[in-house]
Design a protein around this ligand. Structure first.
Ligand code: PMP
Ligand code: GLN
Length: 380
């Protein structure tokens, strides 16, 4: 293999979606809803596209969107960010890349929490950074004091904290967030907070942004994604929020990645972020229904699932469900023999990895979930 590609494996999402397309399978792999997002937000994008302007918007983002983001997080999370602390990016993926390019220099150690979203490691490594890991264990995926102490014994330059956690569906408690904040404060470790799933949480759970913890306003970089907020994963509008001294180098990196994001989408996201709280509650209730349906359909067929507090994902414990395959072998068998695509959770680990868990996306219509479980049951 060309050594340039060694750090950049093909993503499991593209691999599994390609298999799903080739086999005509139901795709419960890559996380995307089978609806098409709120009609009024799409209408606003269409209006803005026709009326314009369609030339380069400001590099930092449209003022209307930067203001809408600041207002949105004041309303939903009590944050007191001003619009000049907001940078608009082309999705959270670009936000992550810009933050990592801005912060990580060759030789810097960056802590990631495994299972970790698959973009983190390759971006850190291509920036010349060294990845260190703190590993969480199923079924609870809890952040424990001892593990944090061990991970920060030699403090890293930065930590990437994904809360709620993809693929585990874990929404961390305030105590866990505070524990991590205390560790960051010890020597000023920068926290890159990937909070793209912040709104998709269940059973009345709260979201505790790390940036709101004492002393973290100057150390945390908060990343959000309109794709997740509005169930339109193809939209690729993201936001970065940070204190001016942290945001500045990230904006510099953003200049050389995409420079801007399509203005019509920015206008529509600015509109959507002002939706009433009720809209967000209904969105959560809809996905909670889908989570509960998938969990009960799977339980009826003898599958054992882990708890899912948040995200679009529910994890299946293969050995507890009576399967001897490892996660990857199960996913290949599921797509080829049963016509259902899923994601092996081992793809979220670098080295020695968890191989017993498979992630299913439940952001689908009821009848799709019913048919998918009927098919998965044939794998026994
Ligand atoms: N971070 C996490 C944890 C994600 O799950 C995703 C996408 N599902 C992203 C980042 C990327 O978000 P975007 O599509 O806005 O680039
Ligand atoms: N974040 C999505 C997921 O976890 C996938 C995004 C992608 O395809 N890179 O399923």
């Amino acid at each position: 293999m060309n050594p340039i590609y060694a750090a950049m494996r093909a993503t499991v999402f593209e691999e599994m979606s390609a298999l799903a397309r080739a086999r005509g399978a139901i795709n419960l792999g890559q996380g995307f809803p089978d609806g098409d997002g709120p009609a009024d937000v799409r209408q606003e994008a269409a209006r803005a596209l026709i009326e314009g302007p369609n030339q380069y918007p400001p590099m930092m983002g449209l003022p209307a969107l930067r203001e809408a983001v600041a207002r949105h997080y004041a309303e939903h999370q009590g944050l007191t960010l001003t619009s000049d602390q907001v940078l608009v990016t082309s999705g959270a993926t670009e936000a992550l890349a810009a933050a990592i390019l801005a912060i990580v220099s060759p030789g810097d150690e960056v802590l990631i929490i495994e299972p970790a979203y698959d973009a983190y490691r390759p971006l850190i490594e291509r920036a010349g950074g060294m990845v260190r890991t703190l590993t969480l264990s199923p079924p609870d995926w809890r952040i424990e004091v001892e593990a944090v102490d061990a991970a920060f014994a030699r403090p890293p330059k930065a930590v990437i904290f994904n809360d709620p956690l993809n693929p585990a569906g874990r929404a961390f408690t305030h105590a866990e967030v505070a524990l991590l904040a205390a560790a960051c404060r010890r020597i000023g470790t920068i926290a890159i907070c990937d909070e793209v799933w912040e709104h998709v949480r269940f059973d009345g759970r709260n979201h505790y942004p790390l940036i709101a913890e004492p002393g973290m306003a100057e150390l945390a970089i908060k990343i959000g994604s309109a794709g997740k907020i509005f169930s339109m994963t193809g939209w690729k509008v993201g936001f970065v929020m940070a204190a001016p001294d942290l945001l500045e180098p990230i904006a510099r990196a953003h200049q050389f990645l995409t420079f801007t994001t399509p203005p019509a989408l920015q206008t529509a996201v600015a509109y959507g972020l002002g939706k009433p709280m009720r809209w967000f509650e209904e969105m959560r209730a809809g996905y909670q229904h889908s989570r509960d349906l998938l969990a009960s359909l799977l339980a009826d067929q003898g599958f054992v699932t882990l708890a899912s507090d948040a995200t679009y994902f529910l994890c299946v414990d293969l050995p507890a469900s009576g399967f001897a395959d490892d996660d990857r072998a199960f996913c290949l068998r599921a797509v080829e023999q049963a016509g259902v695509a899923a994601i092996p959770v081992s793809a979220f680990y670098g080295g020695e990895s968890e191989r017993r868990i498979v992630r299913l996306c439940f952001a689908k219509r009821d009848e799709v979930l019913v048919e998918a479980v009927r098919r998965l049951a044939t794998l026994r």
